[in-house]
Design a protein around this ligand. Structure first.
Ligand code: LLP
Length: 409
């Protein structure tokens, strides 16, 4: 990634060296490249330019207000999954007519906010939810646009914990049940079925599952003669976390999407998260201690699984690189671990790693998506700072949470 690179021995983010940034900032912290955020968003938009889709950034992947603001200014809408995310997207200046609301268990309170703020679509996932939206809309004397989420039963060929489009997953309605539901929806006078939506999973590196899903949707819409304003094709586009992986190539898919939208005369919505924000950030951490183990040495970092959950949750690989390169190597195996009292608080095993010492620093890479947004106060640890770099300018986009406040509840 061009905005995160070594200049000589030192790791830089845009025009600033991490070494310099560390002089005034305590670890651990997240650091982002604003230039890379813009680059990723515009690249995605450009890939699908012909279809002119509405690109609703999946706020769950990173819900930092300033990041939402940056993307909003670039033209992004938002895909939200809670009342909190919805209010944050609005606060970031994203127009209600660019917001879609997904999720299997939206509460009455959340739905009321969505209805009163007049967002573009509530992506409804069950008959009971449709009934509730209809009742609320009736009380509020509104007609509400909904999208209905389908479960196309397509295998996204990704980690089982982030696969969402198979029959066994809780998301959406099966085609069979959707057809039954279509008969009921006619009696719901305060909602209008304006869209269908799908989201088959995350970190998908091959376009075949997306093409398959598009076929399923196309067939169904024709068969049922649905007249839709939008088709929401979700997110899920994968990035390369390892040197061997290649990010998904969307050129072929983009042509199919264009034909699809032309034939059905509907606007396409996408909900990308990871592909926009994943590779824009590093988690900078200090080596607290190095301790000898039986078969390997433990490099104990000051960042824990509460700060960055992906390795513990999905055994996800995130390459760890030194802030300053050293040409000599450490012998044998090392394991990067965090301080939390859980065996899953670990970040990866390496052999013959470049020599590093206690009190030196490393960067955990590609942490922009589902990094900060999944972090927690586990072990009563404050949420860590988030810093945004633009060229040679540094901005705090979240201050480290105040410990004093944290210990009061
Ligand atoms: N739309 C919906 C309805 C979703 O559920 C998701 C992600 C997205 C869009 C965005 O997907 P993306 O483009 O980021 O792949 N915490 C996990 C990922 C969970 C994804 C949940 N849904 C991880 O760290 O890998």
């Amino acid at each position: 990634m061009q905005n995160l690179r070594y200049v000589g021995k030192n790791l830089f983010i845009e025009k600033l060296s991490i070494k310099n940034i560390l002089k005034k900032n305590k670890t651990p912290f997240y650091i982002y490249s604003e230039n890379q955020i813009g680059f990723n968003f515009l690249k995605f938009a450009n890939t699908f330019k012909k279809s002119n889709p509405l690109i609703c950034f999946a706020a769950k992947s990173n819900s930092n207000l300033n990041i939402l603001r940056i993307l909003g200014k670039l033209g992004a809408g938002a895909d939200v999954v809670s009342g909190g995310e919805l209010l944050k997207a609005l606060k970031a200046g994203i127009k209600p007519k660019k917001i879609v609301f997904s999720g299997v268990g939206k509460t009455e309170e959340e739905l009321k906010i969505a209805i009163s703020k007049k967002i573009l679509l509530i992506n409804c996932e069950s008959e009971s939810e449709a009934k509730l939206i209809n009742n609320l809309a009736k009380k509020l004397r509104k007609k509400v646009s909904i999208g209905f989420r389908l479960n196309p039963n397509v295998d996204a060929k990704t980690h089982k914990n982030i696969s969402t489009g198979k029959a066994e997953n809780k998301f959406g309605l099966s085609i069979k049940n959707f057809k039954i539901f279509l008969k009921t929806i006619r009696s719901f006078k305060n909602i209008s079925l304006d869209a269908l939506s799908v989201h088959i999973g995350s970190q998908i590196l091959n376009d075949a599952p997306f093409r398959k899903t598009l076929n399923v949707m196309s067939k169904l819409i024709k068969e049922l003669k649905l007249n839709l304003k939008y088709v929401d094709l979700g997110g899920g586009f994968g990035i390369n976390y390892t040197d061997k992986e290649k990010p998904i190539n969307l050129n072929k898919y983009s042509k199919l999407v264009h034909n699809f939208s032309k034939k059905l005369n509907c606007r396409i919505i996408f909900e990308p998260g990871r592909s926009i924000i994943g590779n824009t950030s590093l988690l900078i951490s200090k080596i607290q201690f190095i301790k000898k183990g039986t078969n390997k040495n433990f490099i104990i970092l000051d960042a824990g699984m509460n700060d960055f959950m992906r390795p513990a949750l999905y055994e996800a690989f995130h390459k760890i690189i030194p802030i300053s390169k050293n040409s000599s190597r450490m012998r044998g195996k090392i394991e990067f671990v965090g301080p939390i009292c859980e065996s899953t608080c670990k970040f990866g095993v390496y052999k013959n790693y470049p020599k590093i010492n206690e009190n030196e620093f490393v960067a955990i890479t590609n942490v922009g998506a589902y990094g900060s947004s999944l972090s927690s106060n586990y072990n009563t640890r404050p949420l860590i700072a988030e810093i945004l770099i633009n060229k040679n300018k540094l901005r705090y986009i979240r201050k480290k949470q105040n410990l004093q406040k944290l210990i009061n509840s």
